[in-house]
Design a protein around this ligand. Structure first.
Ligand code: NAI
Length: 298
């Protein structure tokens, strides 16, 4: 493995074509990389490319990019339906479900598809990078590369080394993220890293206010946004992130801190997830996003 070879000529594989994978694929294509996007759900990568195309059109309309830049980015993005089609990629960025075992299994499969020089990165929000790399033939080539939502617009990227990670990957990924217009920050391989750890009480206290019927979600969000100076209140932020993704992060931090009660998952949030109310992506979470949808009973 030679991380110095990571540059705009590196073909990038993105695995998981949900909110984050689509954003990361778009970002890499905008930065000049050839990108292959894969999702285990048939058709999901193609649908992600359609969402990306609409976003790129919007960027051209708002004067943020030229039509030629848009066309270039679109041409560089390819949806693939088989993991084997990722062969030849020099960097693989994983953005699948926030659970340890599927991530470990995916990376073990990727090691058989990608060359020995390929760098593996996980976009996990909270899971130990050391644990994700467990069982790999070359765990030193795996690193945490944690983008924020939406990946095309949020500047911060946390770079996380696991115990086995090759230290040379850190400067290589700093340089790459900067080339993608990001601000990389080294974060420890601790539960939730930095941002998701600091953010946990923000969600938890909002959820407690809701459980104690102190204030409805809309009122908490409005106050924090309009009077508190936050870009988003806790409930609209969970709806943006994905209520189920946010819950998985809480569960992962709760478990990794030996069940510290400060990070205990909320029953209200668990109920929303059980009912499929994932937030914006499903049309309803703590708030409603489509017409004719009944209000959540929380
Ligand atoms: P999502 O639910 O929107 O998308 C996940 C996608 O991965 C789905 O399309 C699913 O079909 C696919 N997938 C699941 N298992 C797979 C597998 N084994 N192989 C291939 N594809 C698979 O989730 P989202 O929000 O994009 O999150 C993805 C990862 O990024 C998670 O680890 C999450 O914690 C992390 N993350 C999420 C952020 C957010 O705001 N949503 C922010 C930063 C990181």
């Amino acid at each position: 493995m030679n991380p110095k070879t990571l540059d705009a000529t590196t073909r990038v594989a993105v695995i998981g074509a949900g909110s984050m994978g689509a954003g990361i694929a778009q970002l890499a294509a905008q930065a000049g990389h050839e990108v292959r996007l894969f999702d285990m759900q048939p058709g999901a990568a193609v649908r992600a490319l359609e969402r990306i195309a609409a976003d790129l059109d919007g960027a051209v309309q708002r004067g943020r990019m030229t039509a030629a830049e848009r066309d270039g980015a679109r041409e560089r993005l390819v949806a693939v339906e088989r993991l084997e089609a990722l062969e030849g990629c020099g960097l693989a960025i994983e953005a699948i479900v926030e659970k340890l075992e599927p991530k470990q299994q995916l990376f073990r499969q990727l090691e058989n598809v990608l060359g020995a020089q390929a760098v593996l990165a996980t976009n996990t929000s909270s899971i130990s990078v050391t644990a994700v790399a467990q069982g790999l033939q070359h765990p030193q080539r795996l690193i945490g590369l944690h983008f924020f939502n939406p990946a095309t617009r949020m500047k911060l990227v946390e770079i996380i080394r696991g115990v086995e990670t090759d230290p040379a990957l850190v400067p290589a990924l700093h340089a790459l993220s900067q080339a993608w217009g990001k601000t990389p920050v080294d974060a420890p391989n601790a539960p939730g890293f930095i941002v998701n750890r600091v953010a946990r009480p923000y969600y938890a206290e909002g959820l407690r206010l809701l459980a104690e019927r102190v204030a409805p979600a809309a009122a908490v969000d409005k106050l924090l946004r309009e009077a508190g100076g936050f870009a988003m209140g806790p409930f609209e932020l969970m709806d943006l992130i994905g209520v189920e993704v946010n819950l998985s992060v809480t569960e992962s931090v709760f478990q990794a801190t030996a069940f510290d009660p400060r990070f205990a998952p909320s029953l209200i949030q668990q109920e929303l997830v059980r009912s499929g109310r994932f937030g914006r992506k499903s049309g309803q979470g703590f708030h409603r996003y489509g017409a004719d949808v009944p209000a959540p009973q929380v």
